[in-house]
Design a protein around this ligand. Structure first.
Ligand code: GLC
Length: 800
């Protein structure tokens, strides 16, 4: 490998060699794009004009290109291209590069790139490979929705969205493909995103401990690299590139109930009444595929649901929203409006011979919209109209890998896993064959972005149809950038304790990969959960941004009252805690929309050099300050947790406090059923409200700040109506404690007036004060200073 020519433009430097080219750009501060392309004859590199083939990205948001600097000593074999924050040293004689941060530290090194074309009719099969050097002590995080520990070193993954049922704690691939990873060594983080929708694989230092090897079925490897130094910096930059999650409507953060198998409108009503009559908080019920007539999307089974709008408005009166499932497979049935329109509009995926591809999913036979095309997305988006008009509040996109169980050829049907599709080179998993046509593109190239296109269509459609509301979408499959449109749940898990535990590292991986709004089916989609499992899963689920109870047809019902006492009462307590937590969760969702940071964060996020924190992947931070270590094993009443550097106030069950503990140590927490261990970081401030039966507004009428007083205190609260795009208010607390004086100041921004007269402050970690200024009332009880302040308070002074 070598480069023997360089073209230098202000915003782009390209290195040309006989076997490959490397194009360097900078779309954003601290981000470089390194596009590796083999000298394939089709790319026009080997002969002809020196211009790289155009490339469409599905994930990257458009950015202006930033200027690059270029340095090369006369005739030297090394050229340096970059920006202030990040640069690449390219070795011309070796055709390789080294990535350095502003201090000159090597973040990564390319050990080789190769690309080859294997013309293999009917799909041209490409293979391109990129190998990166990785030091032995480098941890690898991210990779989207993947199984395994938080640090994925030593694992191998395939990026190919797959409907797997049932899946196990080591199943790969699952439903999402997000080829983003975060390297972490000596406390310094950097990021790598491969902007390739093609089927890919990565070997994370498993075959060769010194290499991370990426392989794509496509012709090139389009890499983006992100400088840190903190993990949060990398996530901010990655989400600046691929987009951030919009703020969801408040109701979607409330408790959600679902089941595949609710028979009809009467059963939906009885589920809602089941919640209300037992005083269980609830905001949303899902309608699974049985509401449709013969599994035809955008239809209602009139016998089961004679009056969908009536049902929606009845539910609304009880504070409950309805969400319907929408699958992409469209039943092939002449006379069915959606099919007729799809056919007439040429909206469908075709097979290799050019005719409409017919398969089977729930509807048999079924055809598939081609969401890679704007015209198809706009048609599909418009199909939401009838449901929006009927009062359906959100949409659940499923089977969008896309799943396809069988192929239909004339009068014969073939299981995807047997002839003629069994050949692994032609299809993989229960989906469409590699050579299926999406316009000009083949399925192998766009399979992984099928769900992204569907979610894009739905999101844009809802923005058009109900511009005053924030869309709520939930998806199973996705690709990098899916956070721009939809929440993600982790698919068909089971009521295994191992799946409960695994949901933590899966969501942490998704969160680092830009997807903050995530959840897993509570207490497992398949199988049989016990009352104990329900309670433990709800304790963890209280912190899932999406808290949904869902179960499969044929399994026992899982609504909280099915388990009897004491489980029902414990479930109620945890649902109430979830609602108390909403001011903080909502503020974290707002932070995700502004900064791209996830609500659930690994401990290592703020202790990047601490290997013990890295290994602690059955606990997490909720935001920056609340460390949650739920019990995820059967029968356990104690659990071990490592607390990173800092001082930590026990805050079990969002309120049981004790003596603060110094961090950088392992502790054993007592956690009988009903209790989840948590700690509040010194300097942290957590905003809680009162429990409610359902959400109303995110302009909280009751608010209590729980503050672990330290030298510096910081807290943020975002408030608005909880829906729509109206006025908001951001409140910032900032506190300083020097010797015998603690001063806490509050500032606000935004036009929304408060809807409360008073607030309560619970200050932990202080001794009994001599004087408190700025309070309406105060008490010192059991080591806690309780202060009532006017809602427009500005400053509190505590003299000790
Ligand atoms: C898929 C979904 C599951 C849903 C079922 C029926 O398995 O993952 O959540 O209940 O299909 O629609």
């Amino acid at each position: 490998m070598r480069f023997d020519d360089i073209s230098i433009e202000p915003n782009r430097v390209t290195f040309w060699g006989p076997r490959s080219a490397l194009e360097i750009r900078s779309p954003l501060p601290g981000v470089l794009r390194l596009r590796h392309i083999p000298a394939l004859s089709h790319s026009g590199l080997a002969h002809g004009p020196r211009e790289l083939p155009a490339k469409q990205s599905f994930a990257v948001v458009e950015h202006a290109q930033r200027p690059l600097s270029f340095r090369r000593e006369a005739q030297a074999q090394v050229a340096v291209v970059g920006t202030e924050e990040l640069s690449v040293e390219v070795r011309l004689d070796q055709g390789s590069w080294s990535l350095k941060d502003a201090s000159g530290r090597e973040l990564s090194r390319c050990e080789g790139f190769s690309g080859e074309a294997m013309p293999d009719y009917p799909v041209t099969r490409f293979r391109s490979r990129l190998a990166l050097h990785t030091p032995a002590d480098e941890a690898w995080l991210g990779f989207g929705e993947k199984v395994g520990a938080l640090d994925k070193r030593g694992m191998r993954f395939v990026f190919w969205n797959t409907d797997v049922v049932p899946h196990h704690p080591d199943t790969d691939p699952l439903y999402q493909s997000i080829p983003f990873s975060l390297g972490l060594r000596d406390g310094v983080a950097w990021g790598l995103y491969l902007d390739e929708s093609w089927r890919m694989e990565v070997d994370v230092a498993s075959e060769d401990p010194s290499l991370v090897r990426w392989e794509s079925s496509g012709p090139e490897l389009d890499a983006y690299v992100f400088v840190g130094p903190m993990p949060a910096d990398v996530v901010r930059r990655y989400t600046a590139l691929t987009g951030r999650q919009p703020l969801p409507p408040l109701w979607s953060l409330g408790a959600q109930q679902s089941r595949w198998g609710y028979e009809n409108a009467a059963e939906i009503r009885s589920v809602i009444h089941g919640y209300r009559s037992r005083k269980l908080p609830l905001d949303c019920v899902y309608l699974d595929i049985d509401y449709m007539e013969g599994y035809k999307v955008w239809t209602w089974d009139k016998a089961r649901y004679p009056d969908p709008a009536g049902l929606a408005s009845e539910a609304a009166q009880l504070g409950v929203k309805l969400v319907t499932i929408i699958d992409p497979g469209v039943k092939q049935e002449p006379g069915y409006r959606v099919y007729d329109e799809a056919l007439a509009g040429d909206h469908l995926v075709r097979n290799d011979r050019g005719s409409v591809l017919v398969g089977e999913v729930w509807p048999k036979p079924a055809v598939f919209p081609d969401f890679t095309r704007e015209s198809v997305r706009s048609w599909w988006g418009g199909l939401h109209r009838g449901f929006v008009d009927a009062g359906i509040s959100g949409f659940w996109n499923d089977m969008n890998e896309p799943a396809c169980f069988r192929l239909v050829n004339a009068n014969e049907t073939f299981s995807i896993n047997s002839a003629p599709a069994a050949d692994k080179d032609k299809v993989e998993g229960p989906t469409l064959p590699h050579d299926a046509r999406h316009g000009e593109k083949r399925h192998l190239e766009v399979h992984n972005v099928y769900a992204l296109g569907m979610a894009h269509a739905a999101y844009e459609g809802l923005r058009r149809l109900a511009p005053e509301r924030r869309p709520f979408l939930l998806t199973r499959a996705g690709f990098a950038g899916i956070q721009r449109y939809s929440a993600v749940w982790t698919g068909d898990n089971s009521s295994y304790w191992s799946h409960l535990e695994l949901s933590i590292s899966m969501m942490l991986g998704l969160g680092l990969s830009g997807v903050s709004f995530t959840g897993a089916d509570i207490p497992g989609f398949m199988g049989r959960a016990s009352g104990e499992m329900l309670v433990r899963w709800m304790q963890l689920g209280t912190f899932y941004p999406l808290m949904r109870n869902h179960s499969a047809k044929g399994t026992p019902y899982q609504e909280p009252w099915r388990f009897g006492e004491p489980y029902l009462s414990l479930a109620r307590e945890w649902l109430e805690r979830r609602y108390r937590l909403l001011p903080t969760l909502y503020s974290l969702m707002h932070e995700s929309s502004q900064e791209g940071l996830p609500a659930l964060r690994p401990l290592v996020m703020y202790a990047p050099g601490d290997v013990e924190a890295l290994r602690m992947d059955d606990a997490f931070l909720f935001g920056r300050d609340l460390l949650v270590a739920p019990v995820v094993r059967q029968g356990r009443t104690h659990r071990h947790v490592y607390l990173p550097e800092g001082r930590w106030l026990p805050f079990f069950d969002l309120g049981q406090t004790g003596e603060p503990v110094e961090g950088k140590q392992h502790v054993l927490a007592e956690a009988p059923l009903g209790t989840a261990p948590m700690w509040l970081r010194a300097g942290g401030a957590l905003a809680l409200t009162e429990p409610a039966q359902h959400t109303t507004s995110a302009n909280w009428t009751h608010l209590t700040w729980h503050i672990h007083v330290a030298a510096r205190v910081e807290g943020t609260l975002y408030e608005d109506a909880g829906e729509g795009y109206g006025a908001s208010r951001t409140t910032r607390l900032s506190g300083d404690w020097t010797k015998d004086l603690f001063v806490l100041e509050r500032s606000t921004e935004g036009a929304l007036p408060p809807s409360r007269d008073t607030e309560t402050l619970c200050l932990y970690g202080l001794t009994e004060p001599r004087e408190v200024l700025g309070a309406r009332e105060h008490r010192f009880v059991d080591g806690v200073l309780l202060v009532d302040v006017a809602a427009d308070w500005k400053k509190l002074e505590v003299r000790l």
